[in-house]
Design a protein around this ligand. Structure first.
Ligand code: UDX
Length: 448
């Protein structure tokens, strides 16, 4: 039995894999597959990005990605020439974006663009794997589209293989995933994909395609719901004098609840939770259904993002002429991604009100400058940012912030009022220091 398994594996071991899209999902998938010995061609329309990657430079900041890219370069090709990549691939992954449309639904333009290119170019039987997050039923439609448009006489199966990687830990999350979900309608697609992932350290769950598509949305939306839930609890903790961190800890001991994703703060951001909650909610209403819990999670999150601004009004009637220090611009630490980051909601409000904004972020400044090239004073250090500030907003829990000597706020700020949207410090660090420290779901120390 064992021998057979080994022989089978060798037969498909050096698979030719094409990956469409070199964003977080596509690039990380491609590099991780190459690191396991597959021959991977990553395809993108962006010539400049392809040239960077050919030189071994990752266009995104992701821990360990560039190193793994260098190690796996023998198995990696980067190209804009999709025809050469798809024509004889055993497996083609679609990892392009499915951005949110104005009505909240997922925009599938890029998925179908790739499907069209695949249909025109594949010359051998292959499995097309949809990794992008797509509404339930999309895989069926992609398969029907391919079958109706294939230029050559080949057999194609479409499989759903949703991605669960989180930014900042994407490589680890892919190589050591909590689970690999394979949504297939044919045995052959399941067999091929199990071989693709044979060397990955993760349990494999095989389902039908629609269930796999739903697992992705249901998982992301559940995590978003968990965050909004703890944020609402945090808001109530502030009113009734409880401490949300202790509350979350107490809840987390219960294995039915679990202790992760119970950190309260100024809401979730990023490329997934905001988009996927809206997409599932849209999909439900489109089918005359209503996802009441998800709608509530979205609403709570939108309010939560404004929490620090509301707190700031307790200390200043207006921001005109104030120097405001901002620590952290990205939606979370470990990434340079700004999508749906609270900083993008709050900083315009501060600027509109006439505040002078000084901002620091270890990796997010380059991207933030694309939105605000001149309106903000970007600083290289936390010390420089808080110097002479009238108030400080913390939006991202970068380690530089959590490890920062809190006495320096008192020493350097004009008025040491710190609004912490990520509960970076213990409130005890501020008691009796003459500073004001206002965080989320915990007692406010008001001494400045
Ligand atoms: C998420 C999912 O974790 C991942 O499985 C999916 O594939 C994509 O979406 P990501 O958006 O990269 O990943 O980051 P994640 O670490 O999940 O954080 C998302 C947002 O939630 C961040 O803004 C973070 O600050 C916030 N968050 C997370 C909280 O506010 N509290 C928590 O306890 C956890």
């Amino acid at each position: 039995m064992r021998k057979k398994a080994r022989i089978n594996r060798r037969e498909v071991w050096n698979m030719k894999i094409a990956v469409a899209g070199t964003g977080y999902v596509g690039l990380v998938t491609g590099v991780c597959l190459a690191s396991k010995g597959h021959h991977v061609t990553c395809v993108d329309v962006d010539e400049a990005k392809i040239q960077m990657m050919q030189k071994g430079i990752s266009p995104i900041y992701e821990e360990g990605l560039e190193e793994l890219m260098h190690e796996s370069m023998d198995n990696l090709t980067f190209t804009t020439d999709y025809a050469s990549a798809y024509k004889d691939a055993n497996v083609i992954f679609i990892g392009v974006g499915t951005p949110e449309k104005k009505d909240g639904s997922a925009n599938l333009t890029y998925v179908y663009k790739v499907a069209k290119q695949i249909a025109e170019t594949v010359e051998h039987d292959c499995v097309v794997v949809v990794k992008s997050t797509v509404p339930i039923g999309t895989n069926d439609k992609v398969e029907a589209y391919l079958n109706a448009n294939l230029a050559h006489d080949v057999q194609i199966s479409v499989a759903s293989n949703p991605e669960f990687l989180a930014q900042g830990t994407a490589v680890r999350d892919t190589l050591h995933a909590a689970r690999i979900v394979l949504g297939v309608e044919t045995e052959q697609a399941g067999t091929v994909l199990k071989e693709v992932y044979a060397d990955f350290d993760a349990p494999i769950l095989v389902t039908n395609r629609r269930s796999a598509e739903m697992i992705k949305y249901a998982s992301n939306d559940f995590l978003a719901l968990k965050i909004s839930y703890i944020n609402e609890i945090a808001n109530l903790c502030e009113i009734v004098g409880a401490n949300v961190e202790d509350v979350a800890k107490g809840m987390g001991y219960d294995p039915r609840i679990g202790n992760r994703f119970l950190n309260s703060g100024i809401g979730y951001g990023g490329s997934c939770f905001p988009k996927d909650t809206k997409a599932l909610s849209w999909l439900a209403s489109f089918n005359d259904n209503e996802m009441k819990t998800i709608k509530a999670a979205i609403e709570v999150n939108e309010g939560q993002k404004l929490k620090l601004i509301k707190k700031a009004r307790k200390y200043y009637d207006e921001f005109e002429g104030l120097t405001v220090a901002v620590l952290g611009l990205t939606f979370k630490p470990g990434t340079d991604d700004l999508r749906e980051a609270p900083s993008l909601v709050n900083i315009p409000l501060l600027l509109d009100d006439g505040a002078k904004v000084k901002a620091w972020d270890p990796v997010g400044v380059k991207n933030f400058k694309k939105h605000y090239p001149d309106e903000i004073e970007y600083c290289d250090t936390i010390e420089e940012t808080i110097t002479d500030a009238d108030i400080c907003f913390i939006f991202t829990e970068w380690e530089d912030v959590t490890q920062f000597d809190v006495n320096l706020y008192k020493k350097l700020m004009k008025k040491p009022i710190i609004l912490d949207g990520r509960n970076c410090y213990s409130i005890e660090d501020f008691r009796g220091t003459g500073m004001t420290y206002d965080s989320i779901g915990r007692q406010c120390i008001q001494e400045a």
